[in-house]
Design a protein around this ligand. Structure first.
Ligand code: 9MR
Length: 582
């Protein structure tokens, strides 16, 4: 059944015209990858990195020619190695497309392939292999190093993305909203939150929590000297070294009375310049219950994360967590709102229930003090995953995942209640993924929708830890396929990974560094049907369907920014798959 194909039959233009058009194309778009031009069909959507041998493997074909068969072609020998039929065509409303599906799950031979369809041509190349997602996984963590504040990135570690130190944050002014009327403090380090240069306690603690879950569930996934960061070779896991860079900053945001300042920020977002050129005065802004509780949770987790490798650091984190909890108990209703003169990210939240739940759960697990459990029991637990809740509401799930990981500390009925709730929610999400466009669980595409896809997948991933139902694993794998190319815009949403990935993310360093390729390993926010940035001149495709409301342009902060709490579930799911799929 093996024969050679006339692979490029689709193109009826002459080779010379193709070369000429290619040259024009290259000059006209900064950074576009030349391979895109004529060889690969953008109408074949698949995971551009690849599939684990035993995983489900599907490609989505935008149906406009009526082809009914497909084949897999070995990328090196060009031999056809598998043939199959496309599914019947169907309409997908969220994607605004009529599609067919190519299912090649039964083919599991390791190698490098293209999908080929007559009249369409070749798909982007992809792999079938064990550990196929490891490079993206490591890349998603290395991306955090590139976000380091108050550090120069040297060439030995950052390569072409080397840059000067920005934001020393050693003379930060107290804004009156912090509760202090004057004076300077020092609060260096941490990671830039996103495409902007500010640092927010809510959105430091939340991603730290997601990242530490991976460490607790799958310890040693990243060894020392794996990421080529400055600490590589110090005997400690590079993952823990990188996490500690952020944790240290969060510790410095604790006020003397135990409460947490809300954020460290300039008054307004800076221009699209390099960190060392963004020199506006920075302020400690706000102080409140949500920031304090999120800090309690991530610091209590840090205790368990570091206990075996650095006990004094672990103790320091736990003490800080306890003090912040007491402060929150004494100040239970301090919501944060941006003062009039501050326009940077608000990360405001009016419902504190999930923060109380998460903070109390983590403190209980780290101290084994049952008085925390007595408080915990009083919080109503609801298992509903709400699209868009992210940093406002997803904390309850982080608390549940941590608790379920410590069955030995919980009364049986409490454990059983949590387990049942997570499994039922996972079944609901599996069902949605089976029926929704592009085999993922989200039907309302909001700001940061890619993180909704991944946060939903985290629930299903946890269900797989509780019950080895293969449907759970498949659902998580398909969520990752969506992120890496099986989606309505046909991009791998992770910079630097995949044949076609974002080149123009809303990320100040990437925009200003004069380097064609953006900083790698960063997840674009994803389709956002609200399109809040059209008022700033961003143009989306006309009448874009929800899943197509995404544009690879620097100005699109509502669809193409990057953010810590989007990269964190990416890392978690990639780490989960690397541990569970091989
Ligand atoms: O992720 C946040 C999104 O849910 C909000 O709708 C949006 C507008 O307030 O802000 C997003 O968070 C941004 C933060 O405020 C500042 N840093 C970049 C974040 C991602 O865009």
């Amino acid at each position: 059944m093996k024969y050679f194909l006339a692979l490029f039959e689709k193109n009826n233009i002459s080779k010379f015209s193709a070369i000429f058009l290619g040259i024009i194309f290259l000059f006209s778009c900064k950074g576009e990858q030349p391979q895109l031009g004529n060889d690969y069909s953008e109408d074949i959507r698949l995971n551009q990195i690849g599939y684990y041998p035993n995983a489900i493997k599907k490609a989505v074909i935008v149906d406009h020619t009526g082809s009914s068969d497909f084949s897999l072609v070995d990328a090196i020998t060009k031999e056809v190695v598998f043939e199959g039929s496309l599914s019947d065509a169907k309409e997908w409303d969220l994607a605004g497309e009529r599609i067919r599906v190519a299912d090649f799950t039964s083919f599991s031979q390791a190698g490098s392939y293209h999908l080929y369809i007559k009249n369409f041509g070749l798909s982007y190349p992809f792999q079938i292999a064990n550990h196929v997602l490891k490079p993206v996984f490591l890349g998603s963590v290395k991306a955090l190093y590139y976000q380091r504040v108050s550090s120069a990135l040297d060439e030995a570690h950052a390569g072409i993305w080397k840059r000067a130190l920005g934001h020393p944050d050693d003379s930060v002014l107290y804004h009156p909203s912090s509760g202090r009327s004057s004076g300077f403090t020092s609060s260096p380090g941490g990671w830039y939150d996103a495409g902007d240069y500010n640092k927010y306690i809510v959105n430091a603690s939340f991603p730290l929590g997601q990242l530490m879950l991976l460490q607790e569930q799958y310890p040693n996934t990243i060894a020392d000297a794996t990421l080529n960061i400055p600490e590589s070779g110090n005997g400690l896991s590079d993952y823990l070294d990188e996490l500690r860079y952020e944790i240290n900053w969060t510790l410095s945001m604790q006020d003397e009375d135990g409460g947490l300042f809300h954020k460290l920020t300039a008054k307004n977002f800076e221009g699209m310049v390099m960190p060392d050129a963004a020199t506006s005065q920075r302020y400690i802004v706000g102080k409140g219950t949500v920031a304090s509780l999120d800090f309690v949770a991530s610091s209590a987790m840090a205790y368990r994360t570091f206990l075996n490798v650095d006990p004094p650091f672990a103790e320091k984190c736990l003490e800080a967590a306890k003090r912040a909890y007491v402060w929150a108990q004494e100040n239970p209703n301090m919501a944060y709102e941006n003062p009039e003169d501050i326009s940077t990210g608000e990360y405001g939240d009016k419902n504190f229930d999930d923060e109380w739940f998460w903070a109390t759960a983590e403190l209980f697990l780290s101290t084994s003090d049952t008085s925390y459990f007595n408080i915990l029991e009083k919080y109503p637990v609801d298992f509903y995953f709400k699209t868009g809740e992210s940093w406002t509401g997803y904390m309850k799930f982080l608390g549940m995942f941590s608790l379920l990981e410590h069955k030995e500390k919980l009364p049986n009925d409490y454990y059983a209640k949590l387990k049942k709730g997570i499994l039922e929610q996972a079944d609901f999400l599996v069902d949605k993924s089976t029926n929704l466009d592009y085999f993922q669980a989200i039907d309302d595409f909001q700001w940061g929708s890619n993180s909704d896809v991944l946060n939903a997948a985290m629930i299903v991933a946890y269900a797989y830890r509780l019950n080895r139902n293969p449907e759970y694993l498949t659902t998580v794998q398909q969520a990752m396929d969506y992120i890496l190319g099986t989606n309505a815009v046909g991009y791998s949403f992770v910079t630097g990974f995949g044949q076609k990935s974002p080149m123009f993310i809303h990320h100040r360093q990437s925009a200003a560094d004069g380097i064609v390729d953006p900083v790698p390993g960063l997840l674009s926010g994803g389709p956002n049907s609200r399109q809040q940035d059209t008022s700033e001149g961003v143009l989306y495709p006309e009448n874009a369907a929800p899943m197509k409301s995404w544009v690879d342009v620097e100005g699109s902060f509502a669809s193409n920014e990057i953010c810590l709490n989007w990269n964190a579930p990416l890392t978690y799911i990639l780490g989960f798959l690397e541990n569970e799929s091989n």
